[in-house]
Structure formats: C-alpha cells, structure tokens
Design a binder for this molecule. Structure first.
Ligand code: AMP
Length: 489
C-alpha cells in the first residue's frame, strides 16, 4: 500500500505530482510462481528504471504487494518472493520506476494498490499523463485524498468514480479521460488488463509461456528472459484482458489520427535486444550510425564508441565509413546509480570513475567519438576532457540523433528546458562548450529514414518541439471518442 507522507504542495494547496517517469511494466497470468516470474521480468527491464521496484500478486481472492526503493535485486529477496506466493498466488504485475533524485519518494513506488467500490486493484504505469494535474485538482476539490505524487493515482480515482462505475465498461471509460502516454497493466482478483494509449507512445507486448500462461511487458527482452514467446504488441487504443478463460481484446478508442511512437526508445532508452514498435533496436541503432557516417564523414584514425549508449551506432558508423572500430573507453560496470554527486567536482570524479580512457590507444590520435545523445552536456563535456587529458590529438564527436531542444512530457526524463544544452545554443556553440574539434548530429530526416514505420508516426517533440498533445492545455473530460467495443479471441 502507498505510505502516507507529507507531499510537496502546489500554489492553491494542491499536492504537486512527480512528472518525470520512465518505467517498465510487467504482468503474468497462469503460472504457479508469478512473483518469481515477475522478478525476472523486471530484472530484464531494469534499464528502464532504477529508482524503485514493486510486485503485486493475487491468489484469486486477495491482492498483496511489496514495493521498495532501489533496484529489483535490492527490493526483493528469495524469502520475500516466496512470501508473496505463499498463499498459492496465480498472477502478478510488476513495475520498475525511474525519476530524478529530487523527486524520489517511496510512496510513488508502483504497483499502486488500492481498494475501491469494484474491489481491489493494482496498477503499473509506463508513460506520463499531461492531464493528471488537472484531473487531480478536480478530484481534490471534490474531497478526494491522494496518497502519492505520481500521475498514475488519478487513474484509480477515475476508475472508482460513480460516472465510470455506471458505465458498461468502467475501465474503457476511465482510459478515455486520459491524455498522454500510458502503457498500463492492471491486476484485479479475476484478471489482468493491459492497455496502451491511442497514440502508442510507449511499447507494450504480449507473450505466451510454454505452459500456456500469458505475459505482458514493456519490452520483448523480458519475454525472452522468462521463456515466453512474443505474440504481438498491445495495439494503441486496445485493452487486452487475460483471465482463466484466456486472452480477449477490446478497443477503448480508435488509434490516434497522428500516432506518436517515441523515437527516443530506439535512440537510447530500450535494450538493444528488444523489438520496439516491431523493429529491433540494435539493428536500428547500427543503421543510425551508418546514416551518421554518410551525413557527417571525417578523416580520423579510428571510431570509438561511448560506452555503452553509443556502441551500436559506432559500429554502424565504422562499417559505413571504413574506419577501424576501437574500444578505447572502458566502462566500470560497478558504479551504481546511487553515486551521489552534489558538487561539480564530485560529478567529474564520478565520470572518471565510470569510464577509463586507454591512454596508449588515444594518445596522438584523431578520434571519431560516437554517442547516442546529448541532454545537458555536462557528462559529455567531462568525457571529452578525459579524452583530451589522455592525449587525443583531435576529437570529432558524432551524435546519432538531432539536438534535444525541448523537454519530454510523455515519459522520458529530460531536463528542464533551460538545462538542455541545445535549447539556447546552436551546434557551433555546443561544440565550443564541449571543447571538441568538430561536432555533428544526425538530422531528423536521417533519423526517421532509419525507422520502419512512416516518419510522421513517431513523436519527435524533443527535437522539433512539435507536441502531438499540447501539454499547456490538458483536458479532463472524456477526450477520446468512444470506440465501438470490439471483442475478439
Ligand atoms: P549529458 O552530456 O549530461 O547530456 O549526458 C549525455 C549522456 O546521457 C549520453 O551518453 C546519453 O546516452 C545519456 N542519456 C540520454 N538520455 C538520457 C536520459 N533520459 N536519462 C539519463 N541519461 C540519458
């Protein structure tokens, strides 16, 4: 259960909610060890969120949950997983959450588990709602009490509201009020319901276990790890219900007129082994690197990947340019996210600890350094300083996406607008800030040319500023045309 804590307060007395979330969800129905399967499914998706983790289980009569701050392996022990399953549970959902250090509150750890007029419900959410604050204010003015600062909690309040409860399909009616990015997994005592927003912002896939059970997950790597076979994606605007009779599907809304698959899932966020929006991430990143080499060639001794995020694109760049590929920067895999960096000196020390430059390799050489993206520019600058200190003769930095100039309101944790290095600087000014000999970003056109779906189906707002939904003008009424309910097997 979410713990009650004093919450940050907005002007007007309303509790502020935490907006920056990039997360993983997981669900499994029809296995005798759902908590252990969920643990593996979350572990496989740890890259999507390291701040907190949680699992909720049902034995068919009661939901129980455990959440905690930290990595999946820090939150759960063999004993705690066995305890969750001790009453013979049959299904579970799980969640890993990421937010910035400042917004870190244990009450926001998911799955959120609540009791309402329809019984118990647990929910795990990947994405970010742009109308959560407006909905929350409306509910608070009607006397509702909130336990968290997470945007996800309004979904439970909507579901519990008389207007939704009177509807033929309360969940579908609830989802029609949500604006923004939501890949959601709900656990009820008799079913799992997995839903994806009509814009398709975040991924969500369904798989099948060998013994017939079903799995849902943000990324296909989780299916691979638990031994499930990919069936398909949950479609935008679809609710997939999994219960003892199997899997059924209905739509709560037609797919949006302009889809908004997050292109940054491919650039940085997802695991290279995953299929995201039907396309393998590793192959896509290599393609981005090839395209970058065509757009921004340079004479150099060799191509060096920035570990680990630039590795796949660097491989593509080296292949297309014909330059040798050399691993000249070695990551220390044991530097945890918990490394606290309150001062710039400590942050620089953290970068030095995280990456070791092989001075013998880089000394006196001209290098093409390939990384996937620059956000604030601070870690990139520290890395470039390290390379210069190791004696690199020339540094040509190549970035496999365009400059990030605009914040994301749909689930990727980007800095405030003013902290984005590209928000107020042109490429030449960024080059100067980073202290490199040349800097080139992949063009937006080049990025979209590497995607399998048509370019206009992707959300590129962080580069272009073209938001599919206006974050400044959220709507709280049912905003999506009710779709004709479609039921199929
Ligand atoms: P910086 O130079 O501080 O902007 O950091 C750039 C590095 O951050 C790149 O290597 C990226 O792979 C990585 N990065 C990109 N997006 C994010 C994100 N949303 N959260 C954390 N790191 C990111």
């Amino acid at each position: 259960m979410p713990q009650r804590l004093p919450l940050p307060v907005l002007p007007g007395g309303h509790a502020a909610y935490e907006k920056k979330e990039k997360c993983a969800v997981f669900g499994v129905w029809g296995t005798s060890h759902p908590a252990r399967v969920s643990y593996l499914g979350l572990y496989a998706q740890q890259h999507r969120g390291q701040e907190s983790a949680g699992i909720a289980v049902t034995d068919g009569r009661r939901l129980e949950g455990q959440t905690g701050m930290g990595l999946v392996a820090e939150v759960f022990t063999p004993d705690s997983l066995a305890k969750l399953e001790s009453k013979g549970s049959k299904a579970a959902i799980g969640h890993c959450r990421y937010s910035t250090a400042g917004g870190s509150l244990s009450c926001n750890a998911q799955p959120l588990l609540e009791s309402y007029i329809g019984g118990q419900v647990a929910v795990a959410h990947n994405g970010n709602l742009i109308n959560a604050e407006a909905l929350r204010i409306r509910f608070e003015e009607a006397g509702h009490l909130f336990h968290t600062t997470s945007d996800t909690e309004v979904i439970i309040h909507l579901l519990a509201s008389p207007a939704q409860q009177k509807a033929i399909d309360p969940l579908a009616e609830t989802l029609r009020h949500l604006q923004g990015a939501f890949s959601l997994v709900f656990l009820f005592n008799d079913r799992i319901e997995a839903c994806r927003d009509p814009w398709g912002w975040r991924p969500l896939v369904i798989g099948q276990l060998e013994d017939g059970g079903y799995v849902v997950a943000s990324e296909t790597v989780a299916l691979d790890v638990v031994g499930a076979t990919l069936i398909r994606e949950v479609e935008p605007g679809e609710i997939v219900r999994i219960d003892d009779t199997g899997l059924t599907s209905r739509t709560f809304a037609p797919p949006a007129q302009r889809m908004a698959y997050c292109v940054f899932e491919h650039v940085y966020f997802a695991n290279p082994a995953s299929m995201i929006f039907g396309q393998n991430v590793q192959a896509t990143r290599e393609r981005l690197g090839e395209r970058l080499a065509a757009e921004a060639p340079v004479k150099a001794d060799f191509v060096v990947p920035m570990p680990d995020s630039g590795r796949s694109a660097a491989l593509g760049y080296a292949r297309a340019s014909g330059l040798p590929y050399r691993e000249a920067i070695v990551p220390n895999r044991y530097v945890g996210r918990t490394f606290i960096k309150p001062t710039q000196d400590q942050r620089n020390a953290a970068v030095r600890l995280k990456l070791n430059v092989i001075a013998d390799l880089v000394r006196g050489r001209s290098l093409v350094i390939v990384d996937d993206s620059i956000v604030r520019g601070t870690t990139t600058r520290a890395k470039m300083n390290q390379l210069k200190a190791a004696g690199a003769k020339e540094i040509h930095l190549r970035i496999s996406c365009p400059p990030i100039r605009h914040p994301c309101y749909f689930g990727v944790d980007f800095a405030e607008r003013t902290q984005l290095v590209a928000n107020t600087r042109n490429v030449e000014q960024i080059r100067e800030f980073l202290g490199v000999d040349s800097l080139h970003y992949l063009s937006l056109e080049g990025l979209l040319a590497c995607m399998d779906r048509k370019g206009s189906d992707y959300c590129t707002a962080c580069y272009s500023g073209e938001y599919r939904l206006d974050p400044e003008h959220p709507v709280t009424e049912s905003v999506i045309e009710p779709a004709q309910l479609r039921i199929f097997g």
